[in-house]
Design a binder for this molecule. Structure first.
Ligand code: MG
Length: 162
């Protein structure tokens, strides 16, 4: 069994009045991620992890933020593109692990919904998708809910005859 690991990272500022879309769902919170697209930093990090595992570039090369087509785009589209690129090459997702660091919305109460939403997008079981929330312990520029930082790591597998 061949295996590849991918790592994704993203940061977005949280601004008042933006829908708080993270992990493909909308959280009840007065601020949300700023961005050219819907700003879903979780799905952006997941997209980069999937693309990175096969060295297929990154979200910026596939979906430039200068391109008006991606203005306010639903970020689920980016993940679908990435998982399709992976599957087209004969690879399957073994698991995905995501850390969401923010002092904006609380993540824990929504972690299950995010796992379900991302599993559906990726065509896998929620058991293959992990979501963990973290704070910054009040330190640094993202303390106090000014932003969200996300890390995602994925493992891909391919059978020898695949
Ligand atoms: Mg982003």
């Amino acid at each position: 069994m061949a295996q590849r690991i991918g790592l994704g990272f993203d940061v977005h500022r949280l601004v008042t009045g933006r829908p708080c879309r993270l992990g493909g769902i909308e959280l009840p919170h007065p601020s949300g991620p700023q961005g050219h697209s819907d700003g879903d930093a979780v799905l952006h990090a997941v997209t980069d992890a999937l693309l990175g595992a096969l060295a297929l570039g990154d979200i910026g090369t596939h979906f430039p933020d200068k391109d008006p087509r991606w203005k306010d785009a639903d970020s689920r589209l980016f993940v679908r593109h990435a998982i399709e690129s992976v599957q087209k090459r004969g690879w399957t997702l073994a698991n995905l692990d995501v850390v969401i660091a923010t002092e904006g919305p609380r993540i824990a109460p929504h972690a299950e919904a995010m796992r379900g939403s991302m599993a559906e997008l990726l065509g896998c079981s929620p058991e293959q998708v992990s979501v963990k929330g973290k704070t910054f312990e009040g330190l640094g520029a993202l303390a106090g809910g000014a932003g969200v930082a996300v890390q995602a790591v994925c493992l891909l597998e391919k059978s020898p005859d695949g």
